[in-house]
Design a protein around this ligand. Structure first.
Ligand SMILES: NC(=O)c1ccc[n+]([C@@H]2O[C@H](COP(=O)([O-])OP(=O)(O)OC[C@H]3O[C@@H](n4cnc5c(N)ncnc54)[C@H](O)[C@@H]3O)[C@@H](O)[C@H]2O)c1
Length: 347
């Protein structure tokens, strides 16, 4: 049995807690939360943009801590799952690793590449696993693309375009603070930066244009170049002022023998799959693979299953490894630098 201690019972902490209940061999043994009401089990104020609303919970048998250090000192905890705001990730992960725990931490790994590398080094020194919650490759459309690319099912990857746009999250007071959340680049685009890193490797350079809000990028488009000069990848991400389309993501991926495309948005409060995953094959066939129910919570269950399996087998996850997440933050930083300076940035 892998005993898990979750740090932070907000939207993600709740989704992780509920998901672990469905994973054989995993047990939430401890929770750490500074809000005494949530720590006592009243999760009714928790509501994210998907998944169930929080309920009154029965937390019998689960150790509860208001201080992180106390949970890190709990000898029964094997894995610390960090669901705290991003500004906490680096320091808490480094402490947990030094305390001998494996760590799974929500995205982004950290707010700076320097902190991300500090976390990667701490894991290597402690000989413990550090995995980061890049859940996108566990969403059916992205999982299909990841598997098709990594298995070479349609030949080599030639490039693609990745899009991720939200309405300005005016209800998150820290969203536009670089030392708290880091705006759309680190909160949003980091998902695509990680996916691009996963399937393309590390870029050689980036040229990006866009508009800034203070010191943070508000909206941008970037062109990423790789060692392979034939690999052409672009991305668009950011926040728009209007609330009527609160979320939008999608991609077009070019492979030697097929093109994959997909587009999903939330418009006027309702999810609209404007383009379900579509595969156009070289022989002219157009396929619409059946991807199942499409509940985002299922992607988190699949992600956490991978985390628990990696800890049980003491192996690194090829998707969730912290080094990839650290590279994703470096990609975001260089894209932001390119937008801010108007110059191409080399890695
Ligand atoms: N993978 C995804 O799709 C996804 C979606 C949403 C959020 N996230 C990530 O999950 C993380 C958490 O986001 P969230 O939306 O759940 O945040 P949240 O604000 O809903 O929850 C954070 C919780 O941590 C608690 N907390 C803060 N500081 C604490 C401390 N020092 N000790 C104990 N508890 C403390 C807060 O009281 C709150 O309950 C962020 O890194 C975010 O980027 C990921």
């Amino acid at each position: 049995m892998i005993n898990i201690g979750i740090a932070g019972i907000g939207f993600m902490g709740m989704i992780h807690h509920l998901s672990y209940q469905k994973i054989r061999g995993a047990k939430v043994a401890a929770l750490c939360e500074k809000d005494p009401v949530r720590l006592a089990g009243d999760w009714r104020t928790i509501q994210g943009n998907f998944g169930p609303r929080g309920e009154q919970m029965d937390l019998k048998g689960i150790s509860r801590y208001s201080e992180l250090d106390e949970m890190l000192a709990d000898p029964k905890i094997d894995l610390v799952d960090i669901c705290l705001p991003p500004a906490w990730h680096a320091d808490v992960a480094v402490k947990a690793l030094a305390a001998g725990k494996h760590v799974f931490c929500e995205k982004p790994i950290a707010l700076t590449a320097v902190d991300a590398q500090r976390m990667v080094r701490a894991a290597a020194k402690a000989k413990r696993l550090l995995m980061i919650g890049h859940v996108l490759p566990f969403f059916p459309e992205y999982n299909f693309a990841y598997r098709a690319i990594s298995k070479g099912r349609y030949g080599r990857l030639l490039g693609g375009h990745f899009k991720r746009i939200i309405s300005d999250p005016s209800w998150l007071p820290d969203f536009w603070k670089s030392d708290r959340i880091g705006g759309p680049m680190l909160d949003l685009h980091v998902h695509d930066a990680h996916f691009i890193r996963l399937v393309c490797g590390m870029p050689r350079s980036v040229t990006a244009v866009g508009r800034m809000r203070g010191s943070l990028v508000e909206f941008f488009s970037s062109q990423l170049l790789f060692d392979n000069p034939r690999l052409a990848v672009t991305a668009t991400s950011g926040a728009i002022g209007q609330q009527g389309r609160s979320f939008s993501h999608g991609y077009e991926i070019h492979l030697e023998k097929a093109t994959l495309f997909f587009d999903f948005s939330v418009v006027d409060g309702k999810g609209e799959l404007s383009m379900p995953l579509t595969v156009v094959e070289s022989n002219g066939k157009v396929l619409r693979p059946d991807l199942g129910a499409g509940d985002p919570v299922l992607a988190f269950e699949a992600e956490l299953k991978e985390v628990v399996a990696a800890v049980r087998q003491n192996r690194q996850s090829p998707i969730l490894a912290a080094a990839l997440a650290a590279d994703a933050v470096t990609i975001c930083q260089n894209e932001a630098k390119s937008v801010a300076t108007g110059k191409t940035v080399r890695f």
